[in-house]
Write a protein that binds this ligand. Structure first.
Ligand SMILES: [Zn+2]
Length: 61
């Protein structure tokens, strides 16, 4: 059986997340701490999530 959702935990606040199927490299927002998380790996319906540093792009002034 394949499940319709994937689960993971926020690396920052450890909130459990259940999300619709995503692919590696997609980003999600943690509903608790609002960090942007990137899907690093997916194994057996579990996500490995990594915090993404959101930076304003500097156009090289
Ligand atoms: Zn979080």
């Amino acid at each position: 059986m394949s499940s319709a959702t994937l689960t993971g935990a926020c690396p920052e606040c450890e909130t459990g997340l259940t999300v619709p199927p995503v692919v590696q490299g997609e980003t999600l927002s943690c509903p608790e701490c609002l960090l942007t998380l990137r899907v690093e790996d997916i194994a057996d319906g579990r996500l490995t999530l990594e915090m993404v540093e959101v930076q304003l792009r500097d156009w090289g002034q």
